[in-house]
Design a protein around this ligand. Structure first.
Ligand code: S3P
Length: 455
């Protein structure tokens, strides 16, 4: 290891990550693995808890977000073994059988835990639930699920008429409903499909563009009566239904792999393989955007594991001499939901690309774990980039070298990791404040960064 490239410093109650690349340049190569997919990990724990019989989960993400999901469902009677990556066992309690918890359910930083769980709780007649989250989650909009759930007959209360957690829920028998969602959101879609499991009749969600479809795939595997109309981006669940426990194998998270894909694309001479990454087409927008920018990325060893496509991703630095490794592109429209979580790291890639990268139709970024448009624009500009904030995206003029400074994660895991990768291309030493946020989705991020920078 080169101890002075990557170091951590306590800044109680937070942690600083300090990145000081050598002046002679880094050599990034080798083979690495990324932790389990966050979206699939949440769903495996939840469906396992709601199913009858045993679910086993291999490759679970051990981040703080899935831990929040496990804690909530344990509090409602599901038996979930100690979380580990080898084999977690979930003894489900059966749909409609969740116990009324004796305390407030806390989803921590996790929007997926809270929004998906609301569909489950609202459709459990006769039980009362109270839910909350951390400061970031309590400021994120819940009306997007509260409103359609109320149209199904759900009873929910919260601040500003149910717009924000903490929320209280009195479970009910719901009415089936066809919801035309104004946003392409897998959390909204999944929340309503979960509510539909216990609801007699057909619950349909139509979205304006296709969002990630892990819920659809896993619900089908667990035996739900579910149909998909790809033409209209509609999914229908017919209830009431029963779920049966299944073995789940969680692939590596492409959202975590994205940090290394961009590292490989922007660090001169890099040659990196990221093994066992989920390449579900509803998630591969980041690959398309990087290929559009001229990155050298190939998929190897393509296979299907437990209903999800998986591959090894091989990335090689494509710059030569004075030619930059990437060129600018436009990211907009239906591509956006397929790379929504990767926009912060794609913004980093855009800072080294030739030309002006335009990101639009991405206003959703403003209501993620932080306002990712404002935070990324401000933090990258602190580092010397040329980023202009737009209401629904950013414009990034590439090619200005980044310089050392102090930046802040705003407690957002993906911002912390994106800034760390940006720092690899900056001259001098960059300090990232509140870097402990990485543990939400990638507890081993710093260890892998150290491993790569030591080769
Ligand atoms: C997720 C869906 C996306 C994504 C989030 C995880 C999921 O959110 O940003 O990190 O697991 O369903 P939206 O549904 O709000 O777009």
């Amino acid at each position: 290891m080169s101890p002075n490239v990557i170091s951590l410093k306590a800044a109680e109650p937070h942690q600083d990550l300090i990145i000081a690349p050598p002046t002679t340049g880094l050599t990034i190569n080798g083979r690495i693995q990324v932790p389990g997919d966050k979206s699939i990990s949440h769903r495996a724990l939840m469906l396992g808890a709601l199913a009858e019989g045993e679910t086993t989960i291999a490759g679970l993400l051990l981040g703080e977000d899935p831990r929040s999901t496990a804690a909530c469902f344990r509090a409602m009677g599901a038996e979930i073994s100690t979380l580990n990556t080898e084999r977690v066992t979930v003894r489900g309690i059966g749909l409609g059988q969740l116990l009324e918890p004796s305390d407030i359910l806390n989803a921590g930083n996790s929007g997926t835990t809270l929004r998906l769980m609301l569909g489950v709780l609202a459709s459990h007649p006769g039980r009362f639930f109270a839910v909350t989250g951390d400061q970031s989650l309590r400021s994120r909009p819940m009306s997007r699920v509260v409103k359609p759930l109320r149209q199904m007959g759900a009873e929910l209360w919260g601040r500003q008429e149910g717009a924000y957690a903490p929320l209280a829920i009195q479970g009910q028998s719901l009415k089936p409903f066809h919801y035309h969602s104004p946003i392409a959101s897998a959390q909204v879609k999944s929340c309503l499909l979960l509510a539909g499991l216990m609801t007699e009749g057909q619950t349909t969600v139509t979205e304006p563009a296709l969002s990630r479809d892990h819920s659809e795939r896993m619900l089908k595997a667990f035996g739900a009566n579910l149909t998909v109309d790809p033409e209209t981006h509609s999914v229908t669940v017919t209830g009431p239904t029963r779920l049966k426990g299944q073995p789940v194998v969680v692939p590596g998270d492409i959202s975590s792999a994205a940090f290394w894909l961009v590292t490989g694309a922007i660090v001169p001479g890099a040659d990196l393989t990221i093994e066992n990454v989920g390449v579900n087409p509803t998630r591969t927008g980041v690959l398309e955007a990087l290929l559009l920018m001229g990155a050298d990325i190939t998929q190897e060893n393509a296979r299907t594991v437990a209903g999800e496509p998986v591959a090894d991703l091989h990335v090689r630095y494509a710059g030569t001499g004075d030619r930059p490794p990437l060129s600018a592109c436009t990211i907009a429209g239906d591509l956006v939901p397929r790379l929504i979580d990767e926009i912060p790291i794609l913004a980093v890639a855009a800072t080294v690309a030739q030309g002006t990268t335009i990101i639009r139709d991405a206003a959703e970024l403003r209501v993620k774990e932080s306002d990712r448009i404002a935070v990324m624009a401000h933090q990258l500009n602190q580092m010397g980039a040329r980023v202009t904030e737009q209401p629904d995206g950013m414009e990034i003029v590439g090619g200005t070298p980044l310089v050392s400074t102090e930046v802040d994660s705003y407690t957002d895991h993906r911002i912390a990791m994106s800034l760390a990768i940006a720092a690899l291309t900056a001259t001098g030493s960059t300090t990232i404040h509140r870097a402990e946020a990485v543990a939400v989705s990638y507890p081993d991020f710093v260890a892998t960064l150290e491993q790569l920078c030591a080769v």
